[in-house]
Design a protein around this ligand. Structure first.
Ligand SMILES: *[C@@H]1O[C@H](CO)[C@@H](O)[C@H](O)[C@H]1NC(C)=O
Ligand SMILES: *[C@@H]1O[C@H](CO)[C@@H](O)[C@H](O)[C@H]1NC(C)=O
Ligand SMILES: *[C@@H]1O[C@H](CO)[C@@H](O)[C@H](O)[C@H]1NC(C)=O
Ligand SMILES: *[C@@H]1O[C@H](CO)[C@@H](O)[C@H](O)[C@H]1NC(C)=O
Ligand SMILES: *[C@@H]1O[C@H](CO)[C@@H](O)[C@H](O)[C@H]1NC(C)=O
Ligand SMILES: *[C@@H]1O[C@H](CO)[C@@H](O)[C@H](O)[C@H]1NC(C)=O
Ligand SMILES: *[C@@H]1O[C@H](CO)[C@@H](O)[C@H](O)[C@H]1NC(C)=O
Length: 428
């Protein structure tokens, strides 16, 4: 109580300047305390000790980005999803070849402290969305077993935002619930940043097959540029947008490591984390959805292996919360025509013998060429001990591309809000 009172006092002056737009809601304010105004810090990827691999239908893995981004699925996938949905309980999925795989690779979780005293949750940082939601005490215990959950009733700085709720179609499945507000702090090497009264989407239920299978995570933190999230009636901006003015530089960089120790640097660029120079390109609005807030750029072309560079421009979304890489069909088919033994499952998902030689894939950022090597072409190995699932999968020919985690793992990516641009460099 004392702490809450002190915070209230400290911010009374700021509050008088802040427009309280939403009656009934706690004011959303940057915390000062011992935090500098010119902050930069590093947070480090941490795997949940509760993590166990969960079997997920490959069809669900493939469908996830299409559902998340409301993109039209290729026909084979659409049919497979229909079958999966209709036979959800039977567990028999003919069109998906009956196959399941450990679908939880590429999860980048970082500790986030919520409330007073702090409750630490392992949160997936998703550059492809804008919502901040958590597994919460409002859910049935069967859905929260083995996770850290946020309990708003157990925090002295929390409050329920009356009338505010959320509903998202995130991946395969959806999440909905109520919105509470509380202090949210990211703490890392070199500093921390906190926001009091930050909206927290507290799930009451989570559906589908994919989200509940993500055992390693306690919630998601969207790092979109500025998109309004799935809250209603008052859509909110992201946590990061809110702390921007506190940073030494208005940017964050992602250096993700599969199942390893990756980092996100806030407010600075660490020159030891990349090689060569950083190639920047402007963030562009998505054709057909200019307000998306996506980290989207136009690549200047591509090359498969040692073949000629094809200077065809393409819109490309970067999404750290996506397990795979989606390319327009002509490009993905072109790629797999150069992989001996490559085949499509009946749901359309590309696979190949793990022993196959995999050409590199190069994309252009302006006049710079970014090369993704063979190891970034594999999503995961199948249980048969022979075949691997490809990182590159098909999307519709007229669609934008998506760079997901298999390629993030080979890149240093600068998300430069201030410069409205995105930068890429190779990693050491
Ligand atoms: C912010 O901090 C950096 C070092 O961390 C320093 O170089 C820079 O001058 C500072 N900027 C301001 C405006 O204080
Ligand atoms: C559901 O599975 C059964 C076998 O268990 C199969 O006969 C049926 O065709 C499947 N349904 C669909 C819509 O594919
Ligand atoms: C949440 O916290 C309250 C207050 O401490 C407690 O009574 C309740 O059992 C907690 N709920 C869960 C699901 O842990
Ligand atoms: C509530 O918070 C107290 C103090 O941190 C803690 O000891 C207790 O386990 C928490 N209870 C629940 C149900 O989360
Ligand atoms: C997003 O929210 C801002 C206010 O925060 C509003 O001005 C803008 O129109 C909204 N954009 C969309 C696409 O809803
Ligand atoms: C990006 O590409 C799209 C689609 O190819 C095109 O419409 C748009 O003008 C391009 N934008 C820039 C800034 O080059
Ligand atoms: C370049 O790529 C586009 C697809 O992005 C394709 O339509 C075109 O045929 C390719 N050009 C060459 C010369 O391969």
């Amino acid at each position: 109580m004392l702490e809450a009172a002190a915070i209230a006092l400290l911010w009374s002056m700021v509050l008088s300047l802040v427009l309280v737009a939403n009656a009934g809601a706690l004011p959303r304010v940057l915390l000062n305390g011992d935090q500098k105004l010119n902050t930069s810090f590093t947070i480090t990827q941490a795997k949940s000790p509760n993590w166990t691999p969960q079997r997920v239908p490959i069809t669900a893995i493939y469908a996830a980005p299409f559902i998340k981004h409301k993109m039209r699925m290729p026909k084979k996938l659409r049919d497979a999803v229909a079958e999966l949905d209709s036979n959800e309980t039977s567990g028999i999925h003919h069109r998906a070849n009956g196959q399941t795989a450990d679908g939880t690779n590429g999860l980048y979780t970082f500790p986030v402290k919520i409330g007073t005293p702090p409750q630490t949750l392992r949160i997936l940082f998703d550059t492809g969305s804008g919502d901040f939601w958590v597994w919460s005490w409002l859910m049935p215990g069967t859905l929260t077993a083995g996770r850290n959950i946020y309990n708003g009733s157990n925090s002295t700085s929390s409050g329920r935002w009356d009338g505010q709720s959320f509903n998202i179609n995130y991946q395969q499945g959806n999440a909905y619930g109520l919105v509470w507000q509380d202090t949210v702090v990211l703490e890392g090497d070199g500093g921390q940043l906190g926001v009091a009264g930050n909206p927290i989407e507290c799930a009451q239920n989570i559906g589908g097959t994919h989200l509940p299978a993500l055992t390693g995570i306690d919630g998601m933190l969207g790092l979109n540029m500025w998109v309004n999230d799935s809250e209603s009636p008052n859509p909110q901006q992201t946590w990061f947008n809110f702390i921007l003015p506190k940073l030494s530089a208005p940017l964050f960089t992602a250096n993700f490591v599969r199942n390893g120790v990756g980092t996100i640097d806030f407010g600075f660029i660490n020159p030891t984390k990349y090689t060569g120079s950083i190639a920047y390109t402007p963030v562009v609005p998505l054709n057909g959805w200019p307000q998306s807030g996506y980290w989207l750029f136009n690549w200047s072309g591509f090359a498969i292996g040692t073949r000629n560079f094809n200077s065809t421009e393409l819109q490309v979304l970067t999404d750290s919360g996506c397990n795979i890489v989606l390319l327009p069909q002509s490009i993905s088919h072109n790629y797999y025509s150069r992989v001996q033994g490559a085949f499509q499952q009946s749901n359309g998902f590309w696979a190949f013998p793990c022993a196959a030689t995999l050409p590199s894939f190069t994309f252009g950022v302006g006049s710079t060429r970014i090369v993704m090597g063979a190891k970034h072409m594999i999503y995961i190995a199948l249980d048969d001990g022979i075949n691997c699932l490809g990182a590159i999968q098909d999307t519709a020919e007229n669609s934008y591309a998506i760079i997901g985690s298999p390629w993030f793992e080979g890149l240093f990516v600068v998300h430069d809000y201030g410069g409205n641009r995105i930068g890429f460099a190779a990693r050491p």
